[in-house]
Design a protein around this ligand. Structure first.
Ligand code: ADP
Ligand code: YYY
Length: 306
């Protein structure tokens, strides 16, 4: 009965919206700790809804790369030189919905995840910003109030551009009742960057699940770049391959810094929906978020079978 009422109500809302395009853009904020699945989920949701995508963490990673390249590693007393570099830098996030791959470690592996390329001053730094030296410093860089204000301007400009692009894609398909929209993932998107986001998700998973997923991901990309002479096993894992324990420690330190910093710490926004995906498939988390968004846009759900 409840289900039928929900369907009727959704149909009525859809009818209301069908006659005229929604006046405003739809923003989905996805926050959560490191390696909880934010970026892969956000990209797949954006693909599913025809939205734009912004990886806000990659901007902090670019700021960290600038710091490393200019030997600015002591951020404790503020970082005027780094802020100056960020203000002068151009960062572009090229979301490529047409170029997708299946992440190798996903449980079912069927749902494609669009590629994203990160350009810093027109240089493709997508791989470099994921390296261990950036991982080690990024939470420190992101804890600085001045750095965060400098990054804020970049985030908002990228979000506006992504919304505009998603609208033109939707326009071509002639689906005029669907608003332009953007999915943004990070730590403070629902609390600080877009406190009025139409849908806020806090994605979480157990510390061990997150460490194993990141280990899988790093090992498969290392193997692609440089296949080991002998197949790697738990006993003969080459030294440059990080262990699950190393990764778990790094994630734990970063989460601690992100939760305990003074400026925009990682928090669950009071109106966020918490999804713990420790035992969920990737499809389940992507489709349920896409359907939550459809509900709030007054559109028909597509995955009630899950
Ligand atoms: N439900 C899931 N089951 C298994 N692996 C997942 C699931 N969700 C995400 N992953 C994988 O976990 C890893 C970390 O995800 P990612 O999106 O990079 O996290 P974050 O952006 O939060 O750091 C990726 O390899 C991703 O494919
Ligand atoms: N909105 C955001 C996004 C990321 N950060 C910081 C905190 C994180 O430790 C780093 C890197 O974020 P990123 O999302 O790339 O990290 P993970 O993919 O979860 O490992 O940036 C932030 O402070 N605020």
């Amino acid at each position: 009965m409840q289900c039928l009422r929900a369907t009727l109500c959704r149909r009525a809302t859809r009818h209301l919206f069908a006659s005229k395009p929604l006046a405003r853009d739809f923003t989905i904020a996805i926050d959560g700790p490191a390696a909880s699945g934010k970026s892969s989920t956000a990209r797949a949701v954006a693909l599913e809804l025809g939205f734009g995508y912004i990886d806000s963490g990659s901007i902090y990673r670019c700021a960290t790369l600038l710091a490393l390249r200019h030997d600015i590693t002591d951020i404790s007393a503020g970082a005027p030189d780094l802020i100056d570099l960020i203000n002068k830098a151009s960062v572009d996030i090229k979301f490529q919905p047409q170029s997708t791959r299946s992440a190798p470690n996903l449980i079912t592996g069927r749902l494609p995840v669009p590629d994203v390329r990160i350009l810093l001053n027109d240089e493709d730094v997508s791989e470099e910003i994921r390296k261990p030296d950036v991982n080690r410093l990024v939470a420190k860089v992101a804890s600085d109030g001045g750095v965060r204000s400098a990054v804020l301007g970049i985030q908002r400009a990228l979000a506006r551009a992504a919304e505009t692009r998603s609208k033109s894609v939707v326009g071509k398909e002639g689906v005029s009742s669907v608003p332009g929209g953007v999915v943004m993932d990070g730590r403070d998107i629902g609390t600080t960057i877009f406190p009025n986001a139409e849908l806020k998700i806090y994605l979480d998973a157990s510390a061990m699940a997150r460490a194993i997923r990141r280990w899988d991901e790093m090992n498969s990309s290392l193997k692609r770049a440089k296949p080991p002479a002998v197949p790697a096993t738990a006993e003969n894992t080459p030294a440059e391959y990080p262990s699950v324990e190393d990764i778990a420690r790094e994630l734990e330190e970063r989460d601690y810094a992100d939760i305990n910093r003074q400026h925009s710490p990682l928090r669950i926004a009071k109106d966020a929906i918490v999804i713990d995906n420790t035992s969920m498939t990737f499809e389940q988390q992507v489709y349920s978020i896409a359907d939550l968004a459809r509900d709030r846009m007054g559109l028909e759900r597509k995955h009630d079978d899950l």
